[in-house]
Design a protein around this ligand. Structure first.
Ligand SMILES: Cc1cc2nc3c(=O)[nH]c(=O)nc-3n(C[C@H](O)[C@H](O)[C@H](O)COP(=O)(O)O)c2cc1C
Length: 203
């Protein structure tokens, strides 16, 4: 049973959540978990101006995802930062190259799930995840979110990401806030939850 965590991260917030997602998925016995990045599309000069070069070095060791790797996974958990309330362009471009998989129904019946990060608390986390689901539904995937049995998403005593749609973090306007313990727990829960469902579907 194979779970693929496919992400784009500019400053490391999504990468940190991706690690927690993978950690959770590994808790399901017999699960093989792989992490992959989607290709960068911005020129180095732009990344430099955006102050992303140093942060991106910390996850440069993660291999770039090949389209066919999606077809060999039982579940795929996608991570994307919010861009104007949507997935980032790097992820969009990657998904737009999966037409060959769509044509042969290669992802039909696989489990799909999404997590995200935004700069601000109400900056579009839910719209990012829900609009991402549209692509997954076109691919015939079975969508899994973050159920309320993860009780950390009901807490009001601190600012926190996480919704029934998926784990998330609030990075702050300058990216100064890294995922909190509660947000990492949500990501671990989602990873384990997705792997558990994929396991049951694969039997
Ligand atoms: C072009 C652009 C658009 C963005 N749009 C939003 C947005 O709509 N709402 C928001 O809260 N944050 C927005 N952000 C902030 C990013 O979501 C934030 O940098 C990201 O979640 C950090 O995650 P990462 O370190 O994994 O890239 C935007 C950032 C960029 C560069």
């Amino acid at each position: 049973m194979k779970v693929l965590v496919v992400f784009y991260s500019m400053y490391g917030h999504i990468y940190r959540l991706a690690e927690a997602i993978a950690e959770g998925a590994r808790e399901v016995v017999g699960t093989q978990v792989e992490m992959r990045r989607v290709p960068e599309t911005l020129p180095e000069e732009v990344l430099n101006k955006m102050g992303a070069i140093e942060a991106q070095k910390t996850f440069a060791h993660i291999r770039i995802c090949k389209i066919d790797e999606l077809a060999s996974a039982d579940a795929i958990i996608f991570g994307t930062p919010t861009r104007f309330g949507n997935m980032c362009g790097q992820m969009r471009q990657f998904l737009d190259a999966t037409g060959q998989l769509w044509a042969r129904g290669a992802l039909v019946g696989k489990v799909g799930s999404v997590f995200t990060s935004s700069g601000t608390q109400h900056g579009g986390q839910e719209s990012t995840i829900l609009s991402f689901h549209i692509t997954l539904l076109h691919q015939g995937m079975v969508i899994v979110g973050l159920p309320y049995t993860f009780q950390g998403q009901t807490r009001n005593d601190e600012i926190t990401g996480g919704s029934p749609y998926g784990a998330s973090t609030i990075a702050g306007g300058k990216g100064e806030r890294m995922p909190s313990e509660n947000e990492l727990a949500a990501a671990r829960f989602q990873g384990k939850h997705v792997a558990g469902i994929a396991f049951r579907l694969s039997r």
